[in-house]
Design a protein around this ligand. Structure first.
Ligand code: SIN
Length: 529
């Protein structure tokens, strides 16, 4: 079946939904989302959204913190306009019904949190469930819009690309999409296709991300011929709850913002050895420091101690974290929380210009799937939700400028052809390869890398890729197979990018090249050959 829409938005996090609200003023919008509509990386964002909203703070300081964190690789002009465009975007979220936690100490209107790398309290939050609150408000808004259709339990398979006579990629015409519940593949023809599929944490064995974070948009864009940038910069969140039954539950950096102190299991502090900001140092430094201490002590976790606050404060400021810890038998008011790092955010992604345009016509990207240049080699905490709303607005403005002049494409699109494929007789191939890639990435392409480890990962993942390719063309596509193919593509992009960067910078640390070198002060761009 072929569906026709003006805007095809893949993903239903903050970037996709805020764009849908605006795009619906121009034309019809189809949102394709893999699970129930609110399942997105945004939904799990605890910390909040960084923005200058306080008289004692300044744009310059926020820009400076962003640039320092980014290890010399942030695009300064991008950081400048994102930080400066924050206030109207925040105001818009508030008008759409997002309830940020108010301050109890006038004259401040909102309670502002602090996180690693910020020299100022500037993180707007909804207690420790900011993402969930933003998703709630945006979904309510979208539900009231007549020309927005949400396709839940649908997953993009591949983008549909028009090529010229020489086979060069020209134009995106939409995407092939699997209706997961009905096992049908449909064609979505769109004037504009927007990737807002979020991140790729599931490429790693241990991650704070939900199961949907399989890098689908990055993999689809790469296969379509788009430029992909800076995939080596994977941010590991330093403080993920360490408990055998907890599925990588995040302990927000805001806990350290409220004075939480990192300690070894014997109670000694250690961050003073690594950075003057100690437990509130930028994330790459804290994650690397913890990794180093774990390797030296042979322990599996360190501790995060916030017991200096009284119980009422903790229940009020961190209700979600407090309750989750209690579920696992830990009382954060009286005991330090056991934590360890986990894969959290991908700073690279589909390369876009200042208006979210990718290198393929009519294909845009915003949110974690994209690489705008804001994060450089290491993202400043809570800058990502801000980047998502600023860029979804810029995508909207860019499209608005030409919308009435852009004609519908009447190019022929071949329907999806399942001929020659059969039902899989050996699904264990999918589960086995899924585990193998994630373990391989965790062991060889984690916080500390080396040439040997990268080469090992590259060899193993290439073997898996060949096996998956063969399997892919012979058997009917399923959601699991699509996701496996995507994490494999993303894993290869990460390994290739990491192997090209023969230095250490920000989140990329290679023991064979421990120094930061001027000759590598540039993006790593990869395009399919
Ligand atoms: C956190 O709450 O620590 C996560 C915030 C972020 O990743 O920006």
């Amino acid at each position: 079946m072929e569906f026709k829409t003006d805007f095809l938005i893949l993903g239903s996090g903050i970037a996709g939904l805020s764009l849908a609200i605006k795009a619906s003023t121009l034309g019809s919008v189809a949102i394709v989302t893999k699970k129930e509509k609110s399942e997105s990386n945004t939904n799990y964002a605890q910390g909040g959204i960084a923005a200058v909203t306080d008289q004692t703070d300044s744009f310059d300081e926020h820009i400076q913190d962003t640039l320092i964190c980014g290890g010399g690789l942030c695009k300064k002009d991008v950081a400048e306009f994102i930080v400066k465009e924050a206030p109207p975007r925040i105001q818009e979220l508030i008008e759409w019904g997002v309830n940020f936690t108010k301050s109890e100490s006038p004259p401040h209107l909102y309670d502002l949190g602090q996180e690693g790398g910020h020299h100022h309290r500037r993180v707007l939050h909804a207690k420790d469930l900011t993402g969930r609150e933003i998703e709630r408000a945006l979904h309510e808004k979208v539900a009231a819009l007549k020309n927005v259709q949400i396709y839940e339990n649908h997953i993009g398979i591949d983008l549909i690309i028009q090529k010229d006579a020489e086979g060069h990629t020209m134009n995106c015409l939409g995407a092939y999409v699997l209706d997961i519940n009905n096992d049908k593949i449909h064609t979505y023809r769109a004037k504009y296709t927007i990737l807002s599929t979020g991140g790729a944490g599931k490429v790693y064995l241990i991650t704070t991300n939900p199961d949907i974070a399989t890098g689908d948009g990055i993999a689809m864009a790469f296969r379509a011929g788009a430029h992909v940038a800076n995939m080596e910069f994977i941010q590991f969140h330093p403080t993920c709850l360490f408990h055998p039954e907890a599925k990588a539950f995040l302990i927000s950096e805001a806990v350290r913002g409220e004075g939480g102190i990192l300690k070894l299991q014997n109670g000694e502090t250690f961050m003073e050895k690594y950075h003057p900001m100690k437990s509130l140092a930028p994330r790459d430094i804290v994650a690397k420091a913890i990794d180093n201490e774990l390797k030296q002590t042979g322990n599996e976790y360190v501790l995060l101690d916030i017991t200096h606050h009284d119980r009422n404060f903790l229940i009020n400021r961190f209700p979600n974290i407090y309750n989750k810890c209690l579920e696992y038998g830990m009382d954060m008011a009286t005991q330090p929380i056991p934590i360890a790092p986990a894969a959290h955010y991908i700073c690279g992604g589909v390369a876009v210009d200042h208006n979210g345009k990718t290198s393929i016509d009519n294909l845009f990207a915003c949110g974690e799937v994209s690489c705008t240049g804001l994060h450089g080699a290491n993202r400043l905490a809570s800058n990502s939700l801000l980047e998502a709303v600023v860029y979804s607005h810029r995508v909207f403005e860019e499209i608005s400028r030409n919308f009435n002049q852009t004609k519908d494409s009447d190019a022929y699109i071949a329907p999806w052809d399942p001929s020659g494929t059969t039902e899989s007789d050996d699904s264990v191939v999918v589960t086995n390869n899924w585990d193998e890639i994630r373990r391989c990435m965790w062991n060889y392409v984690g916080i500390v890398r080396s040439d040997k480890r990268l080469a090992r990962a590259s060899r193993r993942i290439e073997l898996i890729r060949k096996e998956i390719d063969e399997y892919y063309w012979n058997f009917r596509v399923t959601k699991d197979l699509i996701e496996l193919r995507n994490i494999t593509t993303v894993a290869q992009l990460i390994v290739r990018s990491a192997s090209l960067r023969k230095e250490s910078r920000g989140l990329h640390y290679n023991i064979d090249y421990p120094d930061t070198l001027d000759e590598f002060k540039k993006d790593t761009i990869i395009v399919k050959e």
